[in-house]
Design a protein around this ligand. Structure first.
Ligand code: IVH
Length: 668
C-alpha cells in the first residue's frame, strides 16, 4: 500500500511532538500540556501507525516514559516497569473482562483488585536481605534513575523490613505522591513568601524526588502507596494481590485503604463509579482507577505486551484539565452593578461537562494570568467546582492576540464604570441599567426569594427589553392581555405564570428581605434580620449600631443595609410591593427548637419534603443551612442515599439525624 505523503508527515510530526512532551513530563517534570491532550496525541499516532502499518520499534507509541537525564546514576530494571492500557468508558471495562475470560478460558467470574490510580511518580524499592538498597524511577521502563538519596528521606517508606536476612530480595513498586493538603500548604507558604507557585501535586512530587540535594527534598512531606511486587527471591508471597497487600502492610509498607477486591467486572464498574464520585474527598490526586486480575497465576497465563500487561487496565476519569482557546472576553453586569470579566471559550469537554465560558473574576486575575484574547489556556473543572482558567499555555502564545482593557463605560447602559475598592469594577447606572434590572428581577423571582415558577431568565429579559416590567412591583401588574402579546408564551403557560405570580404573594419575611437584593445580604443574613425585626418597619428604621449588635452582621453589611433603606426608590418599591398584595405571616419565627441558631447541613433525599422546603423550615426557626460539612457544622440531616457528606460528618464527629428524628425535632 502506498502511504500518502500527508500521513507520513503527520506521523513524523506526531512522533516529534510526543517525544518533546515525554521529555518535558518524565525527564524535566515540567509538562506544558494536560495529560488528556497528550493522550489524544498518542492515540492519533497509534491509530495512524496501525492503519498504515507504520509501527516502528523507536516510535514513542511503544515507549514508556522517557530516557533518564544523566544527572542521576542509571538503574537497570530486572523486570521492566510497564505502563497501563486505558479505557474511558464502562464498556471498555466490560470488553477488558471479556478478553480476560477468553484468555483464561473460563466463564466464571474472575476476581479483580480495584485500585485508585494515583497521580504521582512510579518508584521501585529494592530490598536485599531486609535492607533498602536502592530506589529508582521508572525512566523508560527498562532503565530508571537512582533516587535512593531522596527516598531515604520519605518517612513512610521502611528502610529495613522483617525479612530473612540472608539471600533474600524483594522489589516493591508503588507511587510516590504529595497529598492535596500538603501541596496547598506548600503553595500557601510560597505565596506568602512571594515565590513561584507549584502547578500541581504531581509536578511538585516529581520535582522533589528528582532533586540532587536530599536535604531540600526531605523538606517536602512526600508519601507513597505500594501497588505491586517486582523481583522477589528467597521469600514466599501469597498468590493473589489482595493477600500480597496484606503481607506488605505487615512488613510496614503503606498500602492504600481504598483498594478493594471485586468478583466479576460489574463489581469493578461500581468501584470505578463510586471512586469517581468520591474523587474530591480523597486526600490524594487520582486520574482514574486500575483494575487488575487478582491471581498472580492467572496474570502469568494472560501475560503482557511490549508496553503494558494484558491483565490490567486503567479506567481513566474525564480529564479535569484541557487546553482551549479564549475567543473573547466580555464584561458582565451583575445585580448590584459589579462588572465581571467572563472568558468566552472554544467549547471544551472537561471534568465531565462542556464548558464554553468561565468567569475570570476581576482584572487582577487577568493580569496574574497574563491573558489576552486569542490565547490558548488550560481550563480546569474539578468536581462541581466552577471551571477556571488555570494558566496560559506560553509555548502556544500567538503573536497576534488582543489585550484586554478595562472598560470605561458599561456596555449595556453606557454609564461610566468606577473602581470599587482594590479590584472591583462597578457600573454606575443603578436601576437605569437594564442589565442590572434584569439581574435584580431574576434574583427576586428565584427559588430562594419569591420563588415565581415559570418566570425564568428568558422571559424576564424579554419583559424588560419590551418595557413591560421595570421593577419587581411591575411583575404583579402583569395580566393575560399583556402576556398574550408575548411570543413563545402559549395560553396555558400564561395562565400558569399568572397563577404562580399570585401564589408568590404569600411569602415569609426572610424571603422578602432576601428578594430585595440588598448588597451583602444573603439568605442567612435575611433570616437573621427577620428574626430580630419581625415588623419590617422596625428594620427600615434600624441604625448601623442596631444592626451590628446582631450576631454575624458586621460593619460592612450593616452600612449596606442602612444605605439601601435610606434610598427613597427602595422604600417606594417596598411600599408598592405591599400595596399589590405581597404579604407574610407576622411573627412566623419561633426559636423553641434545639435546631434554632444551629448550622445544619442537609444531604441525601428526604421523603417528606423537597430540599428547598426543608431549608425553608429550618430558616424559619432561625437555623442556618450550609452546603458543606466542616467543624463548624452542628448537625447533619441525612436522607436516603446520603454519601460523602455523611462520611465527612462521622469523620469530624458531627451529630447526624435521620429524617424521622429531623421531623420530630422540627415539630417540637
Ligand atoms: S500498576 C504493570 N497500579 O500509573 C502495572 N499503576 O499509567 C503497572 N499508577 O506507571 C502499574 N496508581 O506509575 C498501577 N494502583 C496503581 C497505580 C499505578 C498509579 C501509575 C504507575 C504506572 C502508571 C501507568
Amino acid at each position: 500500500m502506498s502511504i500518502p505523503e500527508k500521513i507520513q508527515r503527520e506521523v513524523a510530526s506526531l512522533r516529534k511532538v510526543i517525544n518533546h512532551h515525554n521529555r518535558l513530563y518524565h525527564a524535566l517534570d515540567n509538562p506544558e500540556i494536560p495529560d488528556s491532550d497528550y493522550d489524544s496525541l498518542v492515540e492519533r499516532l497509534e491509530n495512524l501507525e496501525r492503519e498504515y502499518g507504520l509501527l516502528s520499534d523507536s516510535s514513542p507509541s511503544l515507549s514508556v516514559g522517557s530516557a533518564p537525564l544523566n544527572k542521576f546514576a542509571e538503574v537497570q530494571h530486572q523486570i521492566p516497569m510497564l505502563s497501563l492500557d486505558k479505557v474511558f468508558e464502562e464498556e471498555g471495562l466490560r470488553n477488558f473482562s471479556k478478553r480476560i475470560n477468553k484468555l483464561l478460558d473460563t466463564d466464571k467470574q474472575v476476581s479483580y483488585s480495584c485500585e485508585p490510580k494515583i497521580d504521582g511518580i512510579a518508584v521501585s524499592l529494592f530490598y536485599k536481605d531486609g535492607e533498602l538498597k536502592q530506589a529508582s524511577t521508572r525512566g523508560d521502563g527498562k532503565t530508571g534513575e537512582d533516587i535512593t538519596h531522596n527516598v531515604l528521606g520519605i518517612t513512610c517508606i521502611p528502610k529495613s523490613i522483617k525479612m530473612k536476612k540472608t539471600k533474600t530480595q524483594l522489589e516493591v513498586r508503588g507511587e510516590i505522591f504529595l497529598s492535596k493538603l500538603d501541596f496547598n500548604e506548600i503553595n500557601d507558604k510560597a505565596r506568602k513568601e512571594g515565590q513561584k507557585l507549584f502547578v500541581n501535586p504531581r509536578n511538585t512530587a516529581a520535582g522533589t524526588i528528582r532533586q540532587l540535594d536530599p536535604e531540600r527534598a526531605a523538606k517536602v512531606p512526600l508519601r507513597m502507596f505500594c501497588y505491586g511486587v517486582g523481583v522477589n527471591q528467597g521469600i514466599s508471597l501469597p498468590e493473589n494481590l489482595g493477600e500480597i497487600f496484606d503481607e506488605l502492610k505487615k512488613l510496614g509498607f503503606p498500602v492504600n485503604k481504598d483498594i478493594k477486591t471485586a468478583s466479576g467486572i460489574e463489581g469493578c464498574v461500581n468501584y470505578c463509579l463510586d471512586l469517581y464520585s468520591r474523587r474530591d474527598l480523597l486526600d490524594y490526586e487520582i486520574d482514574g482507577a486500575v483494575i487488575k486480575v487478582d491471581s498472580l497465576v492467572s496474570q502469568g497465563i494472560i501475560g503482557e505486551n511490549i508496553k503494558a500487561p494484558r491483565w490490567a487496565i486503567a479506567y481513566k476519569f474525564p480529564a479535569e484539565e484541557k487546553i482551549t482557546k479564549v475567543l473573547d472576553v466580555e464584561f458582565q453586569v451583575g445585580r448590584t452593578g459589579t462588572i465581571t470579566p467572563v472568558a468566552r471559550l472554544e467549547p471544551v469537554f472537561v471534568g465531565g461537562v462542556t464548558v464554553s465560558n468561565t468567569t475570570l473574576h476581576n482584572m487582577d486575575e487577568i493580569q496574574r494570568l497574563g491573558l489576552s484574547i486569542g490565547d490558548e489556556v488550560i481550563v480546569r473543572r474539578a468536581g462541581d467546582v466552577i471551571p477556571k482558567v488555570v494558566r496560559v499555555v506560553e509555548s502556544k502564545k500567538k503573536r497576534k492576540t488582543t489585550s484586554i482593557e478595562i472598560p470605561s463605560h458599561c456596555s449595556v447602559c453606557k454609564s461610566p464604570i468606577e473602581k470599587d475598592g482594590a479590584v472591583l469594577l462597578r457600573c454606575t447606572g443603578g436601576s437605569l441599567c437594564s442589565a442590572q434590572r434584569k439581574e435584580m428581577l431574576k434574583h427576586f423571582a428565584s427559588r430562594s426569594a419569591l420563588n415565581i415558577e415559570g418566570l425564568g431568565t428568558k422571559l424576564i429579559e424579554q419583559f424588560v427589553d419590551e418595557g413591560l416590567i421595570k421593577d419587581a412591583a411591575d411583575i404583579f401588574k402583569l395580566n393575560s392581555s399583556v402576556l398574550i402579546q408575548i411570543d413563545r408564551l402559549g395560553k396555558k403557560s400564561a395562565e400558569n405564570l399568572l397563577a404562580s405570580i399570585e401564589k408568590s404573594k404569600n411569602t415569609t419575611l426572610p424571603k422578602f428581605i432576601y428578594a430585595l437584593g440588598i448588597r451583602e445580604v444573603g439568605e442567612a443574613t435575611a433570616q437573621a434580620l427577620a428574626y430580630r425585626y419581625p415588623e419590617i418597619d422596625d428594620l427600615l428604621r434600624a441604625t448601623v449600631e442596631d444592626l451590628e449588635s446582631i450576631q454575624d452582621i458586621g460593619p460592612t453589611v450593616s452600612s449596606k443595609i442602612v444605605a439601601f433603606f435610606s434610598e427613597i426608590s427602595n422604600l417606594d418599591l417596598i411600599k408598592r410591593l405591599i400595596e399589590v398584595g405581597v404579604e407574610w405571616p407576622v411573627k412566623s419565627i419561633t426559636s423553641s427548637s434545639i435546631l434554632s441558631g444551629k448550622t445544619i447541613v442537609l444531604t441525601g433525599t428526604l421523603e417528606s419534603f423537597s430540599r428547598q422546603e426543608a431549608k425553608d423550615r429550618l430558616l424559619a426557626i432561625g437555623a442556618k443551612v450550609s452546603g458543606s460539612v466542616s467543624k463548624n457544622t452542628d448537625f447533619v440531616v441525612a436522607g436516603l442515599g446520603a454519601g460523602s457528606k455523611l462520611t465527612k460528618a462521622s469523620e469530624l464527629g458531627v451529630k447526624t439525624f435521620d429524617e424521622q428524628e429531623f421531623l420530630t425535632l422540627l415539630s417540637q
